[in-house]
Design a protein. Structure first.
Length: 374
């Protein structure tokens, strides 16, 4: 394809302490940067929304340095923030989505601002802005929502963007359309999510944030419910402390005081038997979760895919593979493909290979019905 025919996409991906930016010419990443934001900068802002101009200026300064004016882009692709549950796909960012992102009604995170800023920058020059597979993607089958008590419902909280991206890569490798594949995708980072991808949808997964699934470098995963209830009423801990045990100070950190698995592996190499046992236990729980999610479709699994930052470890992926490769072939895609996934989602829409989706706010009546079920 000639350069003049290429789609030029600006990709915006905000992390808590970083701004990741990329320029894509079709699927080729032409330029990229990660701007680190230090605590002394961020401490000036009391809320997520108050960071908006700071984050926007960082983008504009980078583009100015490269002599890349906004009006020369075909579209802007932004990491999705917290919205009400939606199906997978690429969504046109419009005012209704921006309103929900700014309200923080479904969750406050700096990723909310990526869509807001993309919309503002694009609107000025009539350039469309899109988001693909945000964290709130929900394609659960009805059975997957049950917990065993009607007061509680399982929720889809998953690394949807990266899960969907590597699922499509895996589909290409096994030479089947993603919409016809049966895959188990395991994203392994600070959180770990295991998703059952069946015929193009994530029909079930563990909740990677709220105490569900295998333990991780800093999260507890599933805990014995009765013991947790008794701990909550012991008078020794407040709500914040208990939630911290589940997310932030659980998992490997709670056992070994480490969240960097490279350091754990180094301890094992130096003969630390406790570290070796904790490591094996995490592998055991990940493998057990893979086994569970291999059953939910009721059909033969085409492939198991390991991805995320922890997948760079050949030790970890090797140990997991030994436990689960009797189920299906194991593919490894280390790291995260978020920027590429955002660009590809937008390009599919621009090239009319996929229809854009439109986000609609929930009515007040529907919100009340949901609240009654919660």
């Amino acid at each position: 394809m000639q350069e003049l025919d290429m789609r030029k996409i600006l990709v915006i991906n905000f992390g808590s302490t970083s701004t990741k930016l990329s320029i894509f010419h079709d699927e080729i990443e032409y330029k990229e940067t990660t701007i680190r934001h230090y605590s002394e900068e961020l401490n000036k802002y009391s809320t997520v929304n108050s960071q908006k101009e700071f984050r926007k200026n960082a983008i504009l300064e980078w583009l100015n340095e490269l002599n890349e004016p906004i009006q020369k882009f075909d579209a802007i692709a932004a990491r999705g923030g917290f919205l009400h549950p939606i199906s997978s796909g690429t969504y046109l960012i419009e005012k209704e989505m921006v309103d929900d992102l700014l309200s923080g009604e479904y969750g406050q995170h700096v990723s909310n601002l990526a869509g807001v800023i993309a919309f503002e920058m694009g609107s000025e020059y009539r350039i469309p802005s899109y988001t693909t597979d945000p964290i709130v993607v929900d394609e659960f089958i009805p059975e997957a929502r049950f917990t065993g008590n009607p007061k509680f419902q399982r929720k889809s909280i998953i690394h949807a963007l990266n899960q969907k991206a590597v699922a499509r890569f895996a589909a290409d490798i096994i030479n089947k359309p993603y919409a016809e594949c049966n895959l188990v995708i395991v994203h392994m980072g600070g959180g770990i999510t295991v998703g059952a991808h069946f015929n193009g949808e994530i029909i079930d997964s563990n909740n990677g944030v709220d105490g569900d699934g295998p333990f991780t470098p800093e999260r507890s995963g599933s805990l014995p419910a009765g013991d947790l209830v008794r701990l909550c009423y012991s008078g020794k801990y407040n709500e914040t402390q208990v939630l911290s045990m589940i997310n932030g100070n659980g998992g490997v950190k709670a056992y070994l005081g480490e969240i960097d698995m490279r350091r754990v592996e180094a301890r094992i190499e130096n003969g630390d038997e406790e570290a070796a046992l904790v490591y094996r236990a995490m592998v055991y729980q990940i493998a057990k979760e893979i086994g569970a999610y291999s059953t939910v479709s009721g059909e033969k699994v085409d492939a198991i895919v390991l991805t995320g930052g922890l997948a760079y470890s050949e030790v970890l992926t090797g140990q997991i593979t030994k436990k689960v490769n009797f189920i299906a072939p194991v593919l490894v895609f280390p790291g995260e493909k978020e920027s590429l996934a955002l660009a590809l989602g937008t390009i599919r829409v621009l090239n009319k290979k996929e229809s854009e989706k439109i986000y609609k706010k929930k009515s007040d009546e529907l919100k009340q019905q949901i609240a009654m079920l919660a």
